[in-house]
Design a protein around this ligand. Sequence first.
Ligand code: GLA
Length: 345
Amino acid sequence: MITARSFGTTADGAPVTCFHLENSSGAWAEVLDYGAILRGVAVPDRTGRLRDVCLGFDTAKEYQEKHQGYLGALVGRCANRIRDARFTLDGRTYTLAANERNNHLHGGVRGFDQYVWDHSVEGDTVVFSRTSPNGEEGYPGTLKVRVSYTLTEDNALRLVVEGESDADTVINLTSHAYWNLNGHGAGDVGSHTLCIDAIAFTELASDNCPNGTIASVVGSPFDLRTARPLEEGWDADHPQIRQGGGYDHNWAIRGTGLRRAAVLAAPESGITLSLSTTQPGLQVYSGNFLPVMTGKGDAHYGPRRGVALEAQGFPNAVNQPGFPSVVLRPGERYHQEIIFAFGLD
Ligand code: GLA
């Protein structure tokens, strides 16, 4: 069942709507047409009590003012970093908006997370769409994007992200939701265990873009083929962990097509989150620099109080010929799926 309510207005007066998706067991998710943001997901813990496990804010104004953390946002046109905010496509060089020192991050100064999208409800699915004009943040091509959210009867939240362009461009859409499976605001996520189905990750250079090496995880804090607590890895004495201030890296997920990429689990609540995706990579950001701030219901947020599992194309892929392509050509359809399936251990 889906119900809609007003979520106030943006600073320039545009109305924002919150959609509440609920299944017959009472589990729910909430999404906003502002930024196609996922602002909450409540699922039962092992005692049957619902816990909201997704970080978010109570007002549109806070999403605008505290957008640096990208809480719950649908990020685009190109998630993650593009080195020196520049790329060459078909012999032409494009300059993008630089918003993290020299780099372009998560779509630029005004990314997809800062627009009110069009919305519609189609059965049990909420659909957000927008047209990103040619030249927006420096990107070529008019890009039409569509994001759908569906909550299933078995407590899985399914996202489908799609795009079509009238000219050659790049696209990399992901959800930047932060999870705390003990409940948003329930302290840090160090005791959460994380398992990732990957034998390699992309190493960071000093500007936090990949240095081009797809390195083996074996014998490092990046080997999460067997579940390990986040706190075991995020303070490890390893140059790549120091570079990211914890985990802020992209893993190369094994296989292709829709497959399981990662499982996050919280021993205290018993809640588990299994992530499946068609995307080639998974950026795990352990909230290392998440600002200290007040979230929904006066919850305390801050560094490492949530972990983002961003299923996406590899960072800076447009400048790395060895990485899976993020180029979208006219006549092609970009289509990726991300499924957050909740359960109990
Ligand atoms: C991504 C990046 C991080 C950080 C967050 C947003 O996860 O990889 O470095 O920028 O987004 O704060």
